[in-house]
Every structure is written in C-alpha cells, then in structure tokens.
Design a protein. Structure first.
Length: 150
C-alpha cells in the first residue's frame, strides 16, 4: 500500500486518507482529509464570526438611519428588558445571521413621533403592525378573545 506525507500535518498516511486530484502527479491531493476537514471547520468558524461583526455594524447603521438612536442606546434598552420581548417575554437577541433572523429584536417605535418604545420579538412586532398601532382595534381584539373562547 502506498503512503504519502501530508504537507499540513507532516504525517505519513495511506493514499486512502487523501482526496483524489487528477492535477497532481500521483493523482491525490497534498493535504490529508483530516487536515482539510479541520481547515474547513476553522474557515467556517471565522466566516461566522465575521458575519456577526458585519451584522453588528450593519445593524448600527440601520438603527441610526431608521430610529435616530445609537446601538448603545438599544443595548441599554435590551439589558433593561433582560433580553426579553416587552410584550410576550420571549427571549430575543440583538445580532445574528440569517439562521437567527426571527429571533432578532425588532425596534418598536411610535410611527407618528418616531420615539422608540421598546424591543419586541418578531411575532409581537408584526401583531402590532397588523393592527396599525390602533388601541381601539387592539381593545376590540382583546374583547373578542375574552368573549369568544370557542
């Protein structure tokens, strides 16, 4: 059985521990499967961290532009709310990638004054939005639920 030395870990391993590569003289890659897997995991971890940093700076710009408050103000509000939605008390996060999209806190604000009221989960924020922040409609919805338990 033929062996080859990995250029990454310097181990002498059988060719079955290497991926095929028709561009190489011996037909196999110079880095073993184990080292390639480790490098891919490290690259994935670095990419994920970079995305979080990017998402924080993007979130900062979005919050400044839309609500005219700093990310620091939002972080203080988040700590004050103990990382929970102001309405249903579900856990929320301030930053995240696409996989955490629906867990990221929504900044609730008065559409007339622009003043920030609090941080909400996605469901509560959308619920208020569907009622157009109209107190009378919300009271009617509560009344409906109380009187129609099915």
């Amino acid at each position: 059985m033929q062996h080859k030395q990995c250029i990454h870990c310097s181990s002498n391993k059988p060719l079955s521990d290497y991926y095929r590569d028709s561009r190489k003289l011996d037909g196999y890659q110079n880095t073993c499967k184990v080292c390639i897997s480790g490098k891919e995991k490290l690259a994935y971890k670095r990419k994920k961290e970079a995305n979080k940093l990017r998402s924080r700076s993007m979130r900062n710009a979005q919050i400044k532009r839309h609500y005219n408050v700093s990310i620091e103000d939002i972080e203080i509000l988040y700590k004050h709310q103990k990382g929970l939605c102001s309405i249903c008390k579900a856990p929320i996060i301030l930053y995240g990638g696409i996989e955490e999209k629906y867990k990221i806190a929504c900044v609730d604000h008065n559409h007339d004054t622009g003043k920030v009221r609090g941080l909400l989960c996605n469901k509560c924020n959308r619920g208020l939005g569907f009622f157009n922040d109209n107190l009378e409609k919300l009271k009617e919805a509560v009344n409906y639920l109380e009187n129609n338990d099915g």
